[in-house]
Design a protein. Structure first.
Length: 332
């Protein structure tokens, strides 16, 4: 038998016949794919010499008609590998939605194609676009770096560390598989301040992110309300005003209820960015500044047990990994 692998239309194992050539093998594999590197087809063949096996490697240029520059005869168990042309790039796309002149699917034009380039290609924004609310949704599995592997490794390590001796191997394996499947569909939201992006004509690289395959860019409409959710008397929407504060928004919603964790109030902005209430010098309370379309969230005060379970550890690790990933994506 011989094997043909890589950028051919029908890779696989084929029956060897005496006198078979490289050309014959490529014909059996139904020729090259569009992104094959035809100038360097690699042929591996084993030979016996003095009782030892040696592997011979040949690099052969092959024409479009599957005829090599130098004909190569194959031996039993030969391996032919056709690698991807390093200059070939499949068309990768991103999706632009919302208040732009021409929304839809766009090709990523090179490794340094950025958000500002996409906005220019789309023809620009419509009148009521809220530039501070631009967001990019990125699936970890499509990330050019190894982000999905980093998150998956962190979660699996947390699962191993938290599993006790009584945990069945089958249960652990099932949870590992669930983690792997979830990471493949996991995504993060990257918040962009479009006002700074456009004011700098793309020079502000904190906002002008490099786009990646599968990114979904959303340009929202201006929303002049603020939403209040969580442990308050009533979920509410309030008309935004320049001087509206977090405390005022919570009062408009009837104030805190008994379960509110007041020190952990946070604000989600229209572009997905999150900022939390913090303390200055351990005394003064500093709230995030509200903007149109913001959501104020008052979390619940939880009674925590000393023992940390598997789900809690995995959940915490997932959150930390996601935060770390967001920081990396934003270049902070």
């Amino acid at each position: 038998m011989i094997r043909v692998e890589g950028e051919v239309n029908s890779p696989g194992v084929f029956e060897f016949k005496e006198g078979m050539s490289l050309s014959d093998a490529l014909i059996m594999a139904e020729g090259f794919t569009a992104n094959a590197n035809k100038s360097e087809v690699t042929v591996y063949q084993n030979f016996l010499s003095d009782g030892q096996t040696f592997t011979q490697t040949e690099m052969v240029a092959v024409g479009d008609d599957l005829t090599p520059e130098d004909q190569v005869l194959l031996s039993e168990n030969a391996l032919v590998v056709v690698r991807r042309d390093p200059n070939f790039r499949e068309v990768e796309v991103v999706y632009l939605n919302g208040l732009v002149l021409n929304e839809g699917t766009y090709a990523v034009k090179g490794n340094n194609y950025r958000l500002y380039d996409l906005i220019k290609d789309s023809g620009g924004f419509l009148k009521d676009a809220y530039l501070k609310g631009i967001s990019v949704k990125r699936t970890l599995a499509y990330s050019a770096s190894n982000d999905s592997e980093i998150v998956q490794t962190s979660l699996l390590e947390a699962l191993e560390a938290s599993s006790d001796k009584e945990t069945e191997d089958a249960d652990i394996e099932r949870q590992k598989q669930e983690i792997k499947e979830e990471v493949q569909t996991e995504s993060v939201i990257i918040g962009v301040n479009g006002e700074r992006l456009m004011a700098s004509a793309g020079a502000d690289l904190r906002e002008n992110i490099i786009l990646q395959k599968g990114d979904i860019i959303n340009v929202p409409k201006l929303d002049n309300t603020v939403t209040v959710l969580g442990e308050i008397q009533k979920k509410s929407k309030i008309v935004y005003g320049d001087n509206l504060t977090v405390n005022q928004a919570i009062r408009f919603a009837g104030g805190y209820n008994e379960s509110a964790k007041r020190s952990r109030v946070y604000v989600i902005y229209k572009n997905g960015t999150i900022k939390s209430r913090r303390r200055l010098f351990g005394i003064l309370k500093a709230d995030p500044k509200l903007e149109p379309g913001s959501t104020v969230v008052v979390p619940e005060k939880l009674v925590r047990e000393n023992r940390t379970g598997v789900a809690e550890i995995v959940g915490l690790t997932s959150s930390l990994a996601t935060v770390a990933l967001l920081i990396r994506q934003l270049g902070l």
